[in-house]
Design a protein around this ligand. Structure first.
Ligand code: UD1
Ligand code: CA
Length: 477
């Protein structure tokens, strides 16, 4: 699609959202509304995009950067015609065709956008406009056609009389323009209408005055033309995109056991033969490999789960990585920069943060591993804690290959344990442990014979135990 540029109108606040942030920054299936429109432009193969921004434009910098777009600032929102003017001034001179899209219509698909461009070319029209036939067209501009089926006018609802309001065909706000036509006619727009704004839709009249036509392209799926103006519409659009996302994964060979009870955001990828069970939520830029299993109730955000790995029920991971064949959970928590090695096991109530766990190592129960480097084939016993924080700074724990850590051990970091060492259960490790050593740190055990019988017989009585050395409930003959 060389010679085509896209201008995305997104400067408005969107009052009907009742929000402190601009409408197009609201998230739809985990990404800003504007991101979806930009992705459609990029997927359609349009090489250049200009974002017309105004309100809260700082919040959209990430989306602009991600798609390598330019920004045209529209300081005052004087209408879609004025926004298109602002955008056109940033379109490169190479572009002979300009697609104008609304930043608040995130359901448009790349194939539809390409069809719109093709329809204008074929008809050698001044413009092509994407329309939709809606059961409830209220709120949208209506498309009035002339006898030969071309567009005669687009009338905003507020400017429409009763007969025009009955027209079910609406303007989607997506157009393909001949650039020269757009540049020539935008300056002619006036604000003689109910909203005292410059309407981009009035270019239809300009085309007819020049003796040119505007071709309508009716979207096969009316959902694609939906604009989002309210939180209700935001929720509806999210639902539509979610069903489409899961549908695409099913088609690509992913098993989603119960699509109606699974949440997968737009930017997530999942490999074939992976099984996703009900209640799972896959968020952000999560990447799941092939043949993995994401079991009931797991929440995975901006994380990587490699081929064949398993997340057992109710595990939560954020900005973390689980390598091939590793098993995590149930009820495990992987925090940012947790990196679980191939075939490793992280069990129930184990929390890992900013730590690399080596291949084949295990921490199966109740542990906290933070700021650590754990080697291969290490066994970490139940109740082990790396004491990484002294109240001021974080310190590192390094555990060599093949170390066996007995249960209920605390590592007071910074500390290094050499390979092959054995840590006796209940240790508080404050000093480095050399390789192959046994480290013990416990007070020696002392037993005081019959102490309980002599000093606390009531405890034994309470438990229904006989007090040794006395017969028959304390009575003597
Ligand atoms: C617009 C169309 C309407 C169409 C509908 C589809 C016009 C006059 N009306 O109406 O025919 O059915 O979209 O959803 O074009 N924007 C700016 N600067 C402005 C005004 C708007 O950037 O000065 C942006 C908004 O941020 C938004 C988009 O343009 O992303 C559409 O604006 P909005 O006010 O939502 O237009 P609608 O009333 O929905
Ligand atoms: Ca709108």
């Amino acid at each position: 699609m060389t010679g085509v540029s896209a201008v995305i109108l997104a400067a408005g606040m969107g009052k009907r959202m009742k929000s402190a942030i601009p409408k197009v920054a609201h998230s739809v299936l985990g990404q800003p509304m504007l991101w979806h429109v930009a992705r459609t432009v990029a997927s359609a193969g349009i090489p250049e995009m200009v974002f017309v921004l105004g309100h809260g434009r700082d919040l959209l910098a990430g989306t602009v950067a991600r798609f390598g777009g330019r920004v045209a600032v529209q300081e005052l929102q004087l209408g879609t015609g004025d926004a298109a003017r602002a955008g056109l001034s940033s379109v490169s001179s190479r572009a002979r065709e300009v697609v104008v899209l609304c930043g608040d219509a995130p359901l448009l698909r790349p194939a539809t956008l390409r069809a719109l461009i093709a329809a204008r070319r074929k008809a050698k029209a001044a413009a092509a406009v994407l329309t939709g036939i809606l059961p409830d067209p209220s709120g949208y501009g209506r498309v009035v056609r002339n006898a030969d089926g071309a567009v005669a006018r687009i009338v905003e609802e507020r400017d429409a009389d009763a007969s025009v309001r009955r027209i079910p065909e609406v303007n989607s706000g997506a157009y393909a323009f001949d650039r020269a036509f757009l540049a020539r006619t935008l300056p002619r727009l006036t604000d003689v209408n109910a909203q005292r704004e410059l309407y981009l839709t009035d270019l239809v009249v300009q085309a007819l005055e020049e003796g040119r036509i505007v071709v309508p392209v009716v979207a096969g799926d009316p959902d694609e033309v939906r604009g989002i103006n309210s939180r209700r519409e935001l929720a509806e659009a999210t639902g539509i995109l979610l069903r489409a996302k899961i549908g695409a994964l099913l088609d690509a060979g992913v098993t989603v056991v119960d699509p109606a009870r699974t949440y997968i955001e737009a930017d997530v990828s999942v490999g074939p033969d992976t099984v996703i069970e009900p209640g799972a939520a896959l968020l952000g830029a999560t990447r799941i490999g092939r043949g993995a299993r994401i079991r009931f109730g797991c929440v995975v955000e901006n994380s990587r789960v490699e081929d064949g790995a398993q997340l057992l029920p109710y595990s939560v991971m954020t900005n973390a990585r689980v390598r091939k064949g590793a098993v995590v959970g149930p009820f495990a928590r992987l925090r940012p920069e947790a990196d679980i090695g191939e075939g490793a096991h992280i069990g129930n109530f184990v929390e890992v943060k900013k730590s690399r766990i080596g291949k084949g190592s295990k921490a199966n129960h109740l542990a906290y591993i933070g700021d650590s480097q754990v080697g291969r084939k290490v066994n970490i016993g139940a109740g082990t804690i790396t004491c990484n924080y002294d109240g001021i700074a974080k310190h590192k724990t390094v555990i060599g290959d093949g170390v066996f850590v007995g249960s209920d051990t605390q590592f007071i970091a910074p500390v290094v344990v050499g390979k092959g060492a054995l840590i006796g259960a209940g240790a508080t490790i404050t000093k480095n442990v050399p390789p192959y050593a046994l480290a013990l740190s416990r007070a020696e055990q002392k037993n005081l014979p019959d102490w309980v019988a002599r000093k606390k017989p009531e405890l034994l009585a309470k438990a229904g135990l006989k007090v040794p050395g006395r017969s028959g409930g304390g009575k003597t003959k």
